[in-house]
Design a binder for this molecule. Structure first.
Ligand code: GLG
Length: 833
């Protein structure tokens, strides 16, 4: 408060308060000023990158002016706020989104063109902010967009990784990882060197008696690292609300930099301490759905949780409310278990620092947190070794033990005759070493637990968290099916389709209420409309074809059926099923007469996705795809009938080109393994059809758009366990079509068969855990149906339009409102002041 300008002097300030550009001329003024002053360039020295930076800075001014007003408004109104804690925010590019959200893209286009620049080229200068791996991180980014658009007072909290997810290059058919130093030229963050938090690690716990004679604990010694805040403004679409994403960066605390060492000439060792501290926020762990249990990762988690909670509490304390009101002011959502330590940290602050009684503190804690689970895959469930945690966070481990003890006591009371339940639900797994089960900690410390699609949430209740349903009752567990923001994934990625829809519906209101799309169904039979729809798809395919040509050198035929699978490479997502299907198609074409070939529907099979650097099998799949591409694309017997493309370095900005260009996309995980999937929604919203298994959100997409408009295949989730069981006992026969594919691989058709033997033998010899063989026949016959359907252009278009019309349910705005009502109990903030 001392930092504010005295009341009587504020008129002087207000006279000069920053203003926002409102039209082309004012934009040009700001653009030129930024290029000349902020960037110190001139009209004789202004390339596209400078034009990008100038444009970004001009828009950044607008965002930050609104950001300031939003923060003031939120402080003044003092409503309950949402804090979304996520280790990943996969934001992609910001400029285009900012221009569209504030509604000034046309002004920018014209302004840039006055100075000789094409807006698309300028937009393409931007680096993706790739602080995430896949769906989990992108969901967090969609949340931010929706929360701002719907005027919720909300903050995101994450880590400011110096290196985001690696860039992928393909060299001789192999994935090569290249560091992504994305912070050069990033105009979207504001360093807040004045907002710092000291974070403690290691050390030990001292027990003592406080003044009242009560036993108390203090955590002493150890090592201090400093967290520094970087703020990223998040504009809503068509609203004044501009929320904040606060990312923490690590630095040696000023006391830590050892001046004695420094003065004694031990410069290197003083710098080494500095670097060790900075390592904490240096890299994003590149795993999707896999936890490795590395100490540095645990450090990242605690560093970020402790800094964020400190910040949240500091803000709460300014309101001078009693602690009991904390959950009325603060809702914290845990994006997966990565931030589960926040539960322990809040309990620690309340009992060790603020002097609350255990029970009083624990009530506040559980009312504050909600936990979202994203996966049932066992290898993705976090567990931390007790010795590791003991060393790094000794006081937190004690508190975890106490939380567990009180919890188990209550369970024992309720189920006195069930001995096994205690070991099953204990936060501590009695293994060697003992492990802390973070999902159980998250459940016990939250008031709501949600899955991300209906099937997934049901599976949680009937398998992984079954005992907890018994203990807490079914109401603690709920489902909120994922969604996507239509701003980025329709309006920004597919401006032509968005414009066509707006023309038909009379406005762009559907971007704020996606259920309005249902009015499109009235035009399904409108010939002219269908034709326009088809033209847009074709243009989007041409755009992707140009990208493919530029990056791979291959020409693809835009009339062919574009068949796309882009997502992280994972055995459960089954890119191997897809590439085996492609080989099957190739072998079939090779065996055809010239006459037969005339009936083939030309296809381009497009793959994209990164493999975790240590995930050998995933890398093998990438290698096979690239080897198949080498052979097929050069085979004169095949020509345009089949092309195989691997798009390197799949990321958000590539997805924006790829999603609008697909005819069909593949969402083909083994039933019961994909939490939700969200790219399935992006493709359908852009008029692509999908082939998929009865898994994740595919099931609800089917419910919404109807079975006629989707190609489903494969075994159901309820049969998976039985099939695996049978395989395990030797009841397995390789599908004959798949056998033919394997034989081709073993004949070295795609290079040395030894390169792929791990892949084929995981299926033939090691139980086919992901049921590739079981689903193969169903998969290839369903693809035949796809070919047939594609030949009937009118029918295909009708399916495409009808599907888009029925996608309203998958808006992230629906998702955000559901969380607000059923988990956070937060209201939007009135912005009509
Ligand atoms: C997870 C799941 C996806 C889910 C996403 C967002 O694997 O199925 O759509 O979170 O909830 N790791 C992920 O991407």
């Amino acid at each position: 408060v001392e930092a504010s300008i005295p009341e009587e002097l504020r008129e002087a300030w207000k006279k000069h308060s920053a203003t926002e550009f409102k039209n082309k001329d004012e934009f040009e003024r700001d653009l030129v000023r930024h290029i000349e002053t902020t960037l110190a360039r001139s009209m004789y020295n202004c390339d596209e990158l400078a034009a990008y930076s100038g444009t970004a800075l001009a828009f950044r001014d607008r965002l930050i002016i609104e950001w300031n007003k939003t923060q003031q408004r939120q402080t003044f109104k003092d409503q309950k706020r949402i804090y979304y804690l996520s280790l990943e925010f996969l934001m992609g590019r910001t400029l285009d989104n900012a221009m569209l959200n504030v509604g000034l893209k046309d002004a920018a286009r014209d302004g840039l063109s006055d100075l000789g620049f094409q807006i698309e080229d300028v937009i393409n200068q931007e680096h993706d902010a790739a602080l995430g791996n896949g769906g989990l991180g992108r969901l967090a980014a969609c949340f931010l967009d929706s929360m701002a658009t719907l005027n919720y007072p909300a903050w995101g909290y994450g880590l400011r990784y110096r290196y985001g997810i690696f860039k992928q290059e393909i060299v001789n058919g192999y994935q090569v990882e290249v560091p992504d130093y994305w912070l050069d030229n990033n105009p979207w963050e504001f360093p807040r060197h004045e907002i710092t938090v000291d974070i403690q690690f290691y050390g030990n716990v001292k027990k003592y008696q406080d003044e009242s004679g009560k036993i108390a604990h203090s955590w002493e010694d150890g090592e201090i690292v400093q967290a520094i805040a970087y703020d990223v403004p998040i504009p809503g679409y068509g609203t004044k609300t501009t929320n904040n994403l606060r990312l923490w960066s690590s630095k040696a605390s000023s006391g830590e930099f050892d001046f004695q060492k420094f003065n004694a000439g031990e410069y290197e060792s003083a710098v080494a301490d500095q670097q060790r501290a900075e390592t904490i926020s240096a890299v994003l762990y590149p795993n999707d759905n896999l936890e490795q249990g590395k100490e540095l990762r645990l450090k990242q988690q605690y560093f970020w949780c402790a800094a964020s909670l400190f910040d949240i509490i500091r803000r709460f304390k300014k309101t001078k409310r009693a602690w009991g009101e904390f959950p009325d002011q603060v809702a914290i959502q845990l994006n997966d278990t990565h931030p589960a330590l926040a539960i322990v940290e809040l309990q620690r602050i309340l009992i060790d620092k603020e002097g609350l009684e255990w029970d009083e503190a624990w009530t506040i804690v559980t009312k504050t947190f909600g936990y979202t689970n994203h996966t049932v895959l066992p290898e993705a469930l976090e567990k931390w070794s007790v010795p590791l945690m003991q060393n790094l966070l000794p006081r937190h481990l004690q508190i975890i033990y106490d939380i567990n003890m009180f919890f188990l006591q209550s369970v024992e009371k309720r189920f006195p005759n069930d001995r096994d339940i205690l070991s099953r639900v204990s936060i501590i797994e009695e293994s060697h070493p003992k492990m802390v089960r973070m999902a159980y900690l998250a459940i016990i410390g939250s008031h709501k637990v949600n899955g991300v699609a209906e099937l997934h949430s049901d599976l949680l209740k009937t398998t992984l968290f079954k005992d907890f349903v018994k203990i807490y009752g079914p109401d603690r567990f709920t489902n909120v099916t994922n969604g996507i923001t239509p701003r980025r994934w329709l309006h920004q990625a597919n401006p032509r389709l968005s414009a066509l829809i707006a023309e038909k519906l009379g406005s762009y209101d559907f971007l704020r209420d996606l259920t309005l799309l249902d009015k499109l169904e009235a035009f399904v039979d409108d010939k002219a409309f269908r034709e326009e729809w088809a033209v847009i798809k074709r243009e989007n395919k041409l755009r992707l074809a140009r990208h493919i040509k530029a990056t791979t050198g291959y020409d693809v035929n835009p009339n062919a059926l574009f068949d796309v699978q882009v997502k992280r490479i994972h055995e459960y997502k089954r890119q191997q099923l897809n590439i085996f299907g492609v080989i099957h198609r190739y072998l079939s074409i090779k065996a055809m007469s010239a006459e037969e070939k005339k009936k083939v529907v030309p296809r381009v099979s497009i793959f994209g996705g990164k493999a975790a650097p240590g995930y050998w099998m995933a890398k093998t799949i990438i290698h096979l795809i690239n080897k198949v591409a080498d052979v097929v694309n050069k085979d004169p017997d095949v020509g345009d009938l089949l092309k195989v493309i691997f798009i390197a370095d799949y990321n958000v900005s590539k997805a924006e080109i790829i999603c609008p260009a697909s005819d069909i996309s593949e969402h083909i995980s083994t039933a019961g393994t994909e939490g939700s999937g969200t790219s399935n929604m992006k493709f359908v919203l852009n008029g692509g059809l999908i082939i998929g298994t009865c898994d994740g959100a595919n099931i609800e997409i089917t419910r919404e758009i109807s079975e006629q408009n989707i190609f489903l295949f494969g075994n159901l989730a309820e049969d998976v366990e039985e099939l695996r069981h049978r395989h395990f006992y030797g009841d397995f026969k390789l599908d004959p079509h798949l056998e033919r594919v394997f034989n081709a691989i073993k004949d070295n058709m795609f290079g040395d068969k030894a390169d792929f033997s791990a892949l084929t033998s995981s299926i033939e010899d090691h139980g086919d855990y992901y049921l590739v063989s079981d689903d193969f026949n169903s998969y290839i016959t369903t693809h035949e149906m796809v070919d047939e359907a594609f030949q009937n252009k009118e029918e295909w278009l009708a399916k495409s339009i009808t599907s888009v019309a029925r996608m309203g349910f998958f808006s992230m705005d629906r998702v955000t409102n559901e969380y607000a009502d059923s988990i956070w109990n937060v209201e939007p903030l009135d912005v009509t002041d």
